[in-house]
Write a protein of this length. Structure first.
Ligand SMILES: Nc1nc2c(ncn2[C@@H]2O[C@H](COP(=O)(O)OP(=O)(O)OP(=O)(O)O)[C@@H](O)[C@H]2O)c(=O)[nH]1
Ligand SMILES: [Mg+2]
Length: 293
């Protein structure tokens, strides 16, 4: 039996309303929106409100952190979105090769305007707004395109707090704070965003989150969990059994000899986020049936 490990995640603090208004206001000053999705959750990390704001400018979906996601499923998501009329690319925004591909991709979209550049008219440079959920890698991408650090990056959500234009030889990029949206369809989306680090851990109960995580991956990624923690999950084991097994196997014990489930939970969530469990994707286009542009 699958238990319900959803928790009431508080994920729309005041600064997000501000960030969303910033997008609304600035969208008329750009030629294109590049929306970063987390390749492990290409549905849950896609902003359902954004399409409404984008009129007649290209909307590129960048499936970022591809190094952490299952490559076959990433390819399926790209075709899924391209069939719906989006432009798409997948990458690891920390890598130079990825960025060269991205710059070529964007400049090809504006090839008409770029070919009109000549010595008399000023060089045309596409202005790109980089949006996405907190912690998805927007500032990392911008720093990589720039070639050195111009935007603050940390492995927790909520780092960028205001708008910043960054000018590079090929593109002008706008870095903005990460945004989530006030409404969400179900607890699964909230959990997916929390697993991958888009929601501040301060608002989460990590043990509850780890149980939901185990429930999501204990069948499809059983081998990876078994290998990582040197355990042997049986079909009858529930999430609580599994977190107990991880704690015991890792020698995480509290006074009185009981397994330290809290510590095991932190280790599991941390391993997932760092990629130590291997490449894991939480949703496939077939498993989803959602209304989209
Ligand atoms: N594995 C992996 N990690 C990445 C990738 N891109 C970014 N990161 C990491 O993700 C974390 C968050 O990156 P940021 O660039 O600060 O994310 P952001 O979207 O600007 O976050 P906010 O400003 O909080 O909205 C950092 O630890 C980055 O090193 C990627 O492609 N792969
Ligand atoms: Mg940032």
């Amino acid at each position: 039996m699958k238990l319900d490990y959803s928790q009431n995640i508080q994920w729309f603090p005041g600064h997000m309303t501000k960030a969303f208004r910033l997008i609304e206001k600035e969208i008329k000053n750009v030629d294109m929106v590049a929306e970063l999705l987390d390749a492990r959750i290409p549905k849950s990390s896609k902003n359902p409100e954004l399409a409404r704001l984008i009129n007649n400018i290209p909307h590129l979906l960048i499936l970022n952190k591809e190094d952490l996601a299952d490559p076959e499923i990433t390819a399926q998501w790209r075709s899924y979105y391209e069939n719906k009329g989006y432009l798409s690319i997948s990458l690891d925004s920390r890598k130079k090769q990825s960025l060269n591909r991205l710059i070529r991709h964007i400049t090809s979209i504006f090839s008409d305007k770029l070919s009109n550049n000549n010595e008399i008219t000023p060089r045309y440079k596409p202005r790109v707004m980089v949006v996405g959920v907190p912690n998805v890698g927007k500032s990392t991408l911008i720093n990589s395109i720039k070639g050195y650090r111009v935007a603050k990056v940390e492995d927790r959500p909520g780092i960028t707090r205001g708008k910043q234009w960054v000018s590079t030889p090929a593109l002008d990029l706008m870095d903005i704070p990460g945004v989530l949206w006030p409404k969400f369809e179900d607890a699964k989306i909230a959990n997916n965003l929390a697993f991958t680090g888009a929601v501040s851990d301060k608002t989460l109960d990590i043990l509850t989150l780890s149980l939901a995580l185990i429930d999501e991956i204990k069948i499809s990624y059983k081998v990876k969990i078994n290998e990582r923690y040197k355990i042997d999950i049986k079909p009858s084991d529930n999430a609580v059994d599994v977190i107990n097994m991880i704690a015991k196997s890792r020698g995480m014990i509290i006074k009185g000899g009981e397994p330290d489930l809290e510590r095991a939970a932190f280790a599991l969530v941390d391993d997932l986020r760092k990629g130590s469990l291997g490449r894991i994707t939480f949703e496939t286009p077939e498993s989803e049936n959602f209304n989209d542009k």
